[in-house]
Design a protein around this ligand. Structure first.
Ligand code: CAA
Length: 440
């Protein structure tokens, strides 16, 4: 059976940055430690005046096509995953294809284009669609381009404001992939939830605390479902576990949940079940409070064990290095976590080929998806060739006043005059909502 998976990855970060401890915290009158230690963030990326989800996505895709020496004939499918779309009819992939057609010989008239929406999990769903399309033999030798692109902004004053970010991840899905091979082992946890919504609005309505509980509940279900097909899972089976990362502090909680689940320590549930004679349910309120308290105490103890701390340092912490510097990229977030892990392995000369990753994606609304991947033989060359560090270093550092202007402008408010803080450098630039972006 031919292997199918991710053959190449390129990232485009918004060209501006906001320093959370240095600029955001003093303006908000907050202790910088809330952002650096609590949420786990240092800086967030923002788009300059001439950037949006189309230009960031097109620029990431062009970088990928140039590096892999591809032209439009090599690509049979373009899927864009985003929760920042500005057009309820035309998919963002058509705008991105229009950009790319300005610079390559040939066009994408033969390509199937679409837009996937399920909050942050849509990037992974697009990869699944591409995998299925190739495995079904409908690709006629062509690869799929999956682009996860978002401006993840919250209203000013919303607790989510500290977790913002913007950028795009372009991924080539193909046969005999160089980076990772996808497997058929997958698990889902999905339920209708209303903790995070954007009904015809640019900034989300969020119940932040509840959104964290929903994330963990769906993730636990997805793990259980995953284990029904890959039932002998152990935390040490995986070199890295990239989670959807709205902010690194969330992954600290998810990592602990995943670890406890995989070591199959059900001591507390078993004890309570023994007491009430069946699986505990929420309506067992008196017992439920005691149960929750017991779980909390148990998790606090587990977190302090040497085994857990060393596992977390090796398997989870390296997935957070990029997120700390860019914030939440919604659909791109879990894919940045994968890149972060692979960059860590490359920098430390880890021999990853053949090792497994467990990728834990999540989208509000809400759905978690967990799948296993195997690292392929070309991973190191691919990850080292992808341009990222330079882009992160070159970002323009916003003052708080400048940040407020950028924020207003990217709330789809075209009346806000905004100077450009950086210069376009041979890239696609925004010319107006619904208009063709140009290359400058
Ligand atoms: N020093 C060190 N730590 C500090 C601190 C200080 N001075 N001050 C606070 N902290 C810690 C807190 O103890 C807390 O850590 P724990 O959760 O481990 O206890 C952490 O910093 C955050 O502090 P608060 O809980 O007080 O922060 P908040 O209430 O202002 O905001 C939030 C947190 C609700 C998550 C908010 O950021 C938010 O609404 N974010 C958007 C929603 C979100 O990202 N949800 C995540 C799940 S949904 C999802 O994943 C989809 C998606 O992409 C949005």
């Amino acid at each position: 059976m031919t292997a199918v998976g991710i053959d190449a990855i390129e990232i485009w970060t918004g060209k501006l940055q906001l320093d959370l401890p240095g600029t955001f915290a003093p303006a908000k009158g907050e202790d910088p430690g809330k952002y650096t230690k609590g949420l786990g963030l240092e800086t967030s990326s923002f788009p300059d005046a001439y950037e949006d989800i189309v230009t960031m996505g097109a620029n990431a895709a062009k970088r990928l096509m140039d590096r892999k020496d591809l032209d439009p004939q090599d690509i049979g499918r373009i899927d864009v995953a985003t929760e920042s779309a500005f057009d309820n009819s035309k998919p963002v992939s058509t705008y991105i294809a229009g950009c790319l057609e300005q610079v390559y010989d040939g066009d994408f008239h033969h390509a199937n284009k679409g837009e996937r929406k399920f909050a942050c999990v849509a990037g992974t769903q697009s990869i699944d669609d591409a995998y299925n399309w190739i495995k079904a033999g409908r690709n006629r030798g062509r690869a799929a381009l999956v682009i996860a692109t978002d401006t993840a902004l919250y209203a000013r004053g919303d607790p989510g404001e500290a977790t913002q970010g913007a950028g795009a991840v372009a991924m080539l899905i193909d046969e005999d992939p160089s980076v990772v091979e996808l497997s058929t082992e997958q698990g889902y946890g999905s339920a209708d939830e209303t903790d995070f919504l954007k009904p015809n609005q640019q900034f989300p309505s969020v119940d932040g605390k509840r959104s964290m509980q929903v994330y963990l509940a769906r993730m636990r279900e997805a793990l259980e479902d995953f284990e029904s097909v890959a039932w002998d899972t152990h935390p040490d089976d995986f070199a890295y576990i990239p989670f959807h990362t709205p902010f690194p502090g969330m992954v600290r909680k998810a990592g602990l949940l995943g670890y406890r689940h995989m070591i199959r320590d059900t001591e507390i549930e078993d004890a309570l079940e023994g007491r009430i004679g069946r699986q505990p349910r929420e309506e067992d309120f008196d017992d439920w409070e005691a149960y929750e308290e017991a779980i909390r105490a148990y998790m606090d103890d587990l977190k302090e064990t040497e085994e857990y701390q060393s596992w977390y340092a090796d398997t989870i912490d390296p997935t957070l290095n990029i997120s700390r510097r860019v914030g939440n990229w919604y659909t791109g977030s879990v894919h940045i976590a994968r890149v972060s892990a692979l960059r860590h392995a490359a920098a430390n000369d880890v021999d990853l080929q053949g090792q497994k990753l467990l990728v834990a994606s999540y989208g509000s609304g809400a759905q978690a998806e967990i799948h296993a991947e195997t690292v392929a033989d070309g991973w190191k060359e691919e990850i080292e060739a992808a341009d990222l560090e330079d882009q992160l270093q070159r970002r323009y550092d916003l003052s708080y006043d400048e940040y407020e202007q950028v924020h207003d402008r990217h709330n789809h408010d075209m009346d806000v005059e905004l100077e450009e803080f950086t210069q376009p450098d041979g890239e696609f630039v925004f010319t107006g909502w619904g208009r063709m972006s140009e290359r400058k």
